[in-house]
Design a protein around this ligand. Structure first.
Ligand code: PMP
Length: 377
């Protein structure tokens, strides 16, 4: 059998082995067509069928209410930074409330500002290096009349994940827009609390190339600011009216994502995987806490350490040491554990523990971390 590493990459990331085997098995002859799914029309009965199944499976997995549409879009999560402004701004001069907890929400706010929206920063953790220290609610600057309030549920680079009930703290009546790119389908979510949820697929869902957008129906095509013309590929209305088939969608990425949805349903769904994810994260955080002279978590805030992207520094003489981190990554690679280096903008180590990474892999990492900490620096 081909050698498979334990893949801790942040994205594109690990996929379930059974899904890859299924793709391999179906590569030359998809569903008796005698050709690959890669070679089939997006208007073929086979593709339209799998698109409908993928959509229905995602609806079942997340409990998406009937008054929400599921859209398969393109351009990555980054194009949603723009799409939310085009689709939901109402009035560019109205406050656009952004909660900034890391690099990705910062980029989203920046794009809104670039498109002319009046961005109001509710709070930002930038001054403390996005270390997860969330100011008390009394210091938040929420607007009652905001076009929407935006946050990122899991900051992939900084390792900050908002508590599952964070949405409850936002004003009722203002649509909540949430980037769930890196914790999509990793824990239960009450979709009815949101206006828009989106995520690039290439972390917890499937290959790069498709972006999942879940949007409340009454927000579609009703809130574009006067003077703004929505580029057609960013338009929720066009996408919804055409059932995500306005133009050629990323058929292969949707196919593989659909297989991952089937896999997740067979695992017991989001509730079950959320338990597994909590156990995996605990294995790694416990080693960090137990070896404070070797490891330091980069997230200082309470209750916001990501279950998906565990970010930490390796210390030498009590201070972060890039040299010791290189040794840590090299030692991991020798043991078949790959993609553990932190994002290039922050350095350090990042262990991504997405759905498709099993408990044994997290345990192997924890064991290596203990071994590394015990060895002389
Ligand atoms: N938001 C988050 C939370 C992300 O992790 C990423 C990608 N790492 C993005 C947005 C940007 O996604 P994309 O590369 O699909 O545009």
């Amino acid at each position: 059998a081909p050698r498979r590493t334990l893949n801790f990459g942040a994205g594109p990331a690990v996929l379930p082995r059974t899904v890859l085997e299924r793709v391999q098995a179906e590569m030359l002859d998809y569903a008796g067509t005698g050709c690959s799914l890669l070679e089939l029309s997006h208007r073929s009965a086979e593709f339209m069928g799998l698109l409908a199944r993928a959509s229905a499976d995602l609806r079942a997995l997340m409990g998406v209410p009937a008054n929400y549409r599921i859209l398969f879009m393109q351009g990555g999560a980054t194009s949603q930074f723009s799409a939310v402004v085009y689709n939901l701004a109402v009035d560019l001069a109205a406050p656009h409330d952004y909660i900034v907890t890391g690099g990705w929400s910062e980029k989203a706010a920046q794009e809104a500002r670039r498109l002319g929206a009046n961005v109001n920063t509710v709070f930002s953790t930038k001054a403390t290096g996005h270390d997860g220290r969330i100011p008390p609610r009394s210091e938040w600057r929420l607007s009652a009349d905001a076009a929407y309030v935006y946050y990122c549920d899991n900051e992939t680079v900084h390792g900050v994940e908002m508590p599952g009930d964070f949405v409850e703290q936002l004003p009722a009546g203002v649509p909540v827009v949430c980037d769930m790119s890196s914790n999509f389908l990793s824990r239960p979510v009450d979709v009815s609390k949101y206006g828009v949820i989106y995520g690039g697929a290439q972390k917890n869902v499937g290959p790069a190339g498709v972006t999942l957008v879940i949007v409340r129906e009454d927000l579609i095509g009703t809130r574009t600011a006067p003077g703004l013309v929505v580029p057609v590929m960013l338009d929720y209305k066009t996408c919804a009216e055409n059932d995500s088939l306005y133009n050629t969608p990323p058929t292969f990425a949707i196919y593989v994502s659909g297989l991952v949805f089937e896999w997740l349903r067979a695992q017991g769904g989001v509730e079950a995987i959320s338990g597994v994810n909590a156990r995996k994260a605990r294995l790694v955080y416990d080693v960090i806490a137990g070896h404070a002279d070797t490891y330091r978590c980069t997230v200082a805030g309470d209750g916001v350490r990501s279950r998906m992207n565990v970010t930490f520094r390796v210390l030498a003489g009590g201070a972060p040491s890039a040299e010791r981190e290189r040794a840590f990554v090299a030692g991991a690679e020798q043991r078949g554990m790959i993609q553990l280096a932190g994002h290039r903008s922050v350095g350090g180590i990042r262990a991504s523990l997405y759905n498709a990474l099993d408990e044994a892999a997290a345990a192997a990492l924890a064991a290596y971390m203990r071994e590394f900490a015990a060895a002389p620096a």
